[in-house]
Design a protein around this ligand. Structure first.
Ligand SMILES: Nc1ncnc2c1ncn2[C@@H]1O[C@H](COP(=O)(O)OP(=O)(O)OP(=O)(O)O)[C@@H](O)[C@H]1O
Ligand SMILES: [Mg+2]
Length: 374
């Protein structure tokens, strides 16, 4: 029978084997165990696109659920506190909104008051009150939090902080793009959330990537030898999405070579699979990130490729022959699109693996889009 490809190179899809997350999962579990005030109960997860933020939120939710906690997962949208409130109305199977609506109708009939439903504090207070009595709790997770407004995030933070003071069992985990989250928590952001346990999803160590690739193949009854494994792992640069993308395409290469039946991965399968994975990565991640940039932004990126490590912003300006101050809007745009990030004061680096190589390889064609000679 034809084996099913186990790898999952799709946003948000649970990988068959999780790489590099043991420590954070354990810290979270300890947080639930230790009780009110434990650091693992308030967590912020940051990282570039495809680094595994959504998957990690799902894993944390699973841990909480296994302990009998109620879990509410939302993705940032307009009026986030109301969205969470609505989920809490329904999350225990009882629809409180009908009951509340009835109360509101009565109140309005009596006093002609404007319609009002629970605010987020009241909703979380009601739910955690019951759960805490049962020695369980409530986990709220917010994904893509960089898209939420500061006001909404502050409202949620204030409610949670109050509930912690009232010794309720509540945990809050939020995830988003690094620069966006830092912005949100910046100067006028809620200080309470700035102190959340930080988990930055940077490069996963090579040995963990190797172990994950091997385990994923072996779970499906397929062997891979050391050399092939090392070269597959190297080609992922420790980036979560690439682990799945490389694994997926190596598997496919083996399938094509063996016309379906195979029980081992050869060095040649890895070689072929990696080429396809890289091409796919260029198309779906790298090209997507830099498509439709203004001309100056593209020139800025190309100017950065002259450096092997971080680039000095002053140096970039002199390469482009313009005053450094004229590039601040461009730099901000590139940071907000998560293409580059500040690495130290006055220095920037690429946020996405293989971006430098991609820009170097396609320099002429990229600049030609703007009528500039490479
Ligand atoms: N720890 C991990 N080990 C192996 N693969 C992983 C891991 N985490 C995520 N992946 C895989 O990486 C890909 C991206 O994961 P995910 O969607 O969680 O990233 P993300 O950071 O939320 O991305 P985005 O910013 O685009 O929402 C998926 O294919 C997923 O299966
Ligand atoms: Mg995501």
């Amino acid at each position: 029978m034809r084996k099913v490809n186990p790898f999952k190179p799709t946003a948000g899809a649970e990988p068959p084997v999780l790489a590099g997350r043991d420590a954070v999962l354990e810290d979270f579990e300890i947080g639930l165990e230790e009780g009110v005030g434990a650091p693992g109960r308030l967590m912020r997860i940051t990282g570039p696109r495809g680094s595994g933020k959504t998957v990690l939120l799902t894993e944390l939710g699973d841990i909480a659920r296994r302990r009998g906690w109620r879990v509410v997962d939302v993705t940032a949208a307009d009026r986030l506190p109301e969205l969470i409130g609505r989920r809490l109305e329904k999350s225990d199977g009882v629809d409180y909104s009908a009951e509340l609506d009835l109360m509101v109708v009565k109140a309005r009939a009596q006093k002609d008051e404007p319609r009002r439903s629970e605010d987020i504090y009241e909703a979380m207070n009601r739910v955690t009150g019951k759960l805490t009595e049962e020695h369980k709790g409530l986990l709220v997770t917010v994904d893509e939090i960089q898209d939420a407004s500061v006001e909404d995030v502050r409202e949620i933070a204030v409610a949670i902080q109050h509930l912690i003071r009232e010794r309720r069992d509540i945990a809050f985990v939020f995830a988003g793009l690094t620069a966006g989250v830092m912005n949100l928590l910046g100067e006028d952001g809620p200080t309470f959330l700035r102190r959340a346990y930080p988990e930055e999803l940077s490069t996963i160590p090579a040995d963990e990537v190797e172990a994950t690739l091997r385990a994923t193949f072996e779970k499906s009854g397929v062997r891979i030898d050391e050399d092939a494994l090392t070269s597959a792992a190297d080609s992922t640069a420790g980036y979560a999405y690439l682990i799945q993308l490389v694994g997926y395409n190596v598997w496919r290469a083996a399938q094509v070579r063996a016309s379906g039946e195979f029980d081992a991965i050869s060095a040649e399968d890895v070689e072929k699979g990696v080429v396809v994975a890289r091409r796919e990565f260029e198309r779906t991640v790298l090209e997507a990130a830099i498509a439709h940039l203004p001309k100056m932004a593209m020139e800025y990126l190309v100017a950065m490729t002259a450096d092997r490590l971080a680039s000095s912003t002053g140096e970039i300006a002199s390469r482009l022959g313009v005053p450094a101050s004229s590039l601040s809007t461009t730099r901000k745009l590139l940071v907000s699109r998560q293409i580059i990030e500040p690495t130290a004061r006055g220095y920037v680096g690429f946020s996405i693996p293989f971006m430098r190589e991609y820009l170097t390889k396609n320099r002429e064609a990229l600049l030609a889009r703007y009528g500039v000679e490479g």
